[in-house]
Design a binder for this molecule. Structure first.
Ligand code: FAD
Ligand code: DHB
Length: 385
């Protein structure tokens, strides 16, 4: 079997790449190890930058997103018994975010690919990539897929990045001494905008998915097990961390999903080797506090699509050769912003009283200085494409 671009992984990066290449007349085959139901139901990120929304709409897969997505023009920072709004409409006019679940983006992309007769293969066992220096091919379940190029879109734990020969990639990484417990609950959101709460008990985030569904995150120890968090404990902790301003009561309801996400910063450079190009979590991970992971994956794919389109149209590898260099400035901006938001809002066990005062002073600065708030706002809504 032969295709122009072999895509490993049917997450947002792999599916969007396959769709955008199709629009340019370039063939691809997507190899995904999990089932379609699994990737469509995996609850993960929920905040889309303006540039991500624009990309999906321009690609013809934004119809449901525009109908069901929740546009937001601000977020709240809650700490010290008070609520502080970061007003995007004033600080970054014309740019906002849209709350729309990652699994909804995945469903829309799968539907579009299948409607166009795209070759998506789910539950593919034992994917491996070979010949990356010059003549790449993938093997899986006794079959072979020859390609001009392989796109490694298989996330942090995939097979693409580890297939790069030793010594080629430089890795930059940091682990955090906590994780996030994420829950999805059948209850109307208790606030209109997202609430990022700094609390001595640990960080909490109130987000949403629809007028009937709320999404919450709690800072928990790095080795936490979702099984240790029965629903009553989750609600009690969310209330303790969020009901800290006068007049705010958290509505509770049935919890329908629960999971622990480790917090990690990671970049592998360069994001390419020979005919292999890494995109999304396969190349970099951010802690979710800045809501950047999914948006970075989309940004990589935008750049890779242009480079591949030029390659297949003209034979010139100039843009492909510059792929990593073109992506990394945005990747590192998101790395810094995600680390900064994480440091600003979480409690660190080894922080002394002095460090806690610095954190509060920093929060006071962000919520009182327009310049500091604009820094948060322009990073949060996403740097221009
Ligand atoms: P992925 O979505 O990871 O997709 C990779 C795909 O490759 C998967 O479908 C996987 O099954 C497949 N794959 C892996 N290995 C193989 C293989 N060997 N063969 C074939 N296929 C393979 N970001 C936020 O902003 N906020 C959040 O709350 C948030 N929560 C998250 C929770 C979890 C548990 C995780 C893992 C990530 C979370 N993220 C969050 C990050 C965000 O979801 C990712 O940045 C985003 O999914 C990146 O998309 P991707 O397509 O690069 O990778
Ligand atoms: C959501 C996730 C995030 O990581 C974040 O910073 C904001 C919202 C969410 O899943 O809704």
């Amino acid at each position: 079997m032969r295709t122009q671009v072999g895509i490993i992984g049917a997450g947002p990066a792999g599916l969007l790449l396959s769709h955008l290449l199709h629009l340019r007349g370039i063939s691809s085959v997507v190899l995904e190890r999990r089932s379609r139901a699994h990737v469509e139901q995996r609850v993960r990120a929920g905040v889309l930058e303006q540039g991500t929304v624009d990309t999906l709409v321009a690609a013809g897969v934004g119809e449901r997103l525009l109908r069901e997505g929740l546009p937001h023009s601000g977020i709240e920072l809650r700490y010290g018994g008070a609520a502080h709004r970061i007003a995007f409409e004033k600080l970054v006019p014309d740019r906002r975010i849209t709350v729309y679940g990652q699994q909804e983006v995945v469903k829309d992309l799968i539907a579009a690919r299948l409607a166009a007769g795209g070759d998506l293969r789910f539950e593919v066992p034992d994917v491996a990539v070979h010949g990356l220096a010059a003549e790449p091919y993938a093997t899986f379940g006794g079959e072979r897929l020859d390609c001009e190029v392989i796109a490694g879109c298989d996330g942090f734990h995939g097979v693409s990045r580890p297939a790069v020969p030793e010594g080629v990639l430089t890795v930059f990484a940091r682990d955090y001494p906590f994780a996030w417990l994420g829950v999805l609950a059948r209850v109307p959101p208790s606030a209109e905008e997202l609430i990022y709460a700094r609390n001595e008990r640990g960080f909490a985030l109130h987000s949403m998915r629809s007028p009937e569904l709320s999404r919450f995150y709690l800072q928990v120890p790095p080795d936490a097990d979702a099984g240790d968090w029965p629903d009553g404990r989750v609600w009690a902790e969310l209330k303790a961390r969020l009901e800290t301003v006068p007049g705010f009561t958290l509505a509770t309801g049935e919890i329908v999903e629960k999971g622990v996400t480790p917090m990690r910063s990671f970049v592998a450079e360069p994001m390419q080797y020979g005919r292999l190009y890494l995109a999304g979590d396969a190349a970099h991970i951010v802690p979710p506090t800045g809501a950047k992971g999914l948006n970075l994956a989309v940004a990589d794919v935008r750049v890779l699509t242009e480079a591949l389109a030029a390659f297949f149209a003209t034979g010139s590898a100039r843009l492909l050769d510059g792929y990593s260099a073109a992506c990394l400035p945005r990747v590192w901006r998101a790395q810094h912003f995600s680390w900064w938001m994480t440091s600003l809002l979480h409690t660190f066990d080894d922080d002394d009283a002095y460090a806690r005062r610095l954190q509060l002073s920093h929060l006071d600065y962000v919520t009182s200085s327009e310049a500091a708030a604009a820094t948060l706002a322009e990073n949060y809504v996403g740097m221009p494409c």
